[in-house]
Design a protein around this ligand. Sequence first.
Ligand SMILES: Nc1ncnc2c1ncn2[C@@H]1O[C@H](COP(=O)(O)OP(=O)(O)OP(=O)(O)O)[C@@H](O)[C@H]1O
Length: 497
Amino acid sequence: MDDLVHATDLPRDARSVLELAAHSMFQLFAETAEGMMLVDRKGRVVWISEGYKQFLPALGLKHESDFVGHSVDEVVPNTLMREVIATGRPILVDLLTNKAGTFLVSRIPLRDERGDVIGALGLVLMAHPESTMQPLMKKFSRLQRELDDARKQLAEQRRPKYTFASFIGSSPPVIEVKRQARRVAQTDSTVLLLGETGTGKELLAHAIHAASSRASRPFIGVNIAAVPETLLEAEFFGVAPGAYTGADRKGREGKFKLADGGTLFLDEIGDMPASLQAKLLRALQEQEIEPLGSNDVQKVDVRVIAATSRDLSQLVAEGGFREDLYYRLNVVPIRLPSLRERLSDLEALVESLEDDISRRSGMPHREVAPDAFAVLRAYPWRGNIRELRNVLEQVTMLTDDLRLEARHFRHALPSVPPHVGSQADVPGTREAGSSLAPAVPDPAAVRPLNEAVAELERRSIQAALAATGGNKQAAARLLKISRATLYEKLAQYGPLL
Ligand SMILES: Nc1ncnc2c1ncn2[C@@H]1O[C@H](COP(=O)(O)OP(=O)(O)OP(=O)(O)O)[C@@H](O)[C@H]1O
């Protein structure tokens, strides 16, 4: 606008270009807007476009002369044209509602060569936008809903996921584990959770955090086995700005920094590469980290809970784990019992897991029959509670029956001899590992050895993957084969999960 004010200072041809531009803009607006009006500095309507005439009947007016020449407030209820003239400030987009309906409007002050307001231009950009703009409004409300959901999810994630009450079980080894965990929650000591895969180490780590004074601060977990070795250092300690080109150019905070003030859960600590063990030890001892590509040392305040399903002391003896780091982590070791050691918790666990499965899937709650418990007790549960959950989920999805019986579980647990859970079997007392009489084989069921071996191999891999929630590294460990061999077998047998 200032440029236009000083248009008189321009050479003649430049001025005429500006005048032409203003003229053609005026024409363009008059033709493309649904309606346009001009008011003078007193707020009187001096002109309306052809298009504007369509609104007159809805405003209760018959002729153009009932509108033009009148004060704009008289003929257009709720207009803000006078305000624009008084302030000299445009209202570029506004919704005007009056007896004629709702309109998307724009109001622009008009100035003379000295810059004084001499009137205003009113544009009806869209009539009844509530219907025309519906797709846009819908998209907007969908985005708003998604934002609200994401906010809720984030708040949910930040809230402690599990408490001691979520750790189901009242067998003596579980009572002891909970007692130790409750005690250590009151301190800032490093905790080392030991136990087979799926025994609830991560759940217990959450519960310790939730019962500690750090509960309102973040709980950050890293599964060391799941992160490629080359990325681990950046994952832990972060990357300084400018250390890399590309996506990481701006720098990135590491998990230690993200857990500042809270708890850092280091799962599968036994898989920590030797090259990073010294740096981790320093972070634990000094509570200091050095992001990749930086010479700056940053202070952090982090409580570490580490977990492993491997025998760390043996790893130390074999030279695969630093002894000093082992002692630093092993301040308060807590050993979680395997499911085989606490079969008396099986019923409570099944009840709670079934509740959770039906709640999440929206399917009805299933009752588990006593003969089914006999089958569940006879199974070795190498994947522990995670495997129990997977089996329950699998069986629940495969049937509509509200009562899960032994027959439902036999398919999922083929290694349990067929007579277990049958009428002849007394349910209840047998623990895994007890000697069970093999069933008499039917000659028709005997298959060529290579086929039978392949089938057994396939099922074992399937079970290991189910037990580890699809974690191939952990599955390979359960099967006591290398990761490369597992990949070979997966290629041979096709997708199993
Ligand atoms: N005591 C328990 N009560 C209820 N659910 C449990 C219990 N222990 C474990 N779970 C459930 O079993 C699954 C596996 O538990 P979690 O991931 O904590 O085991 P983990 O020992 O950390 O396994 P991994 O060593 O493979 O990482 C989770 O779904 C968890 O909620």
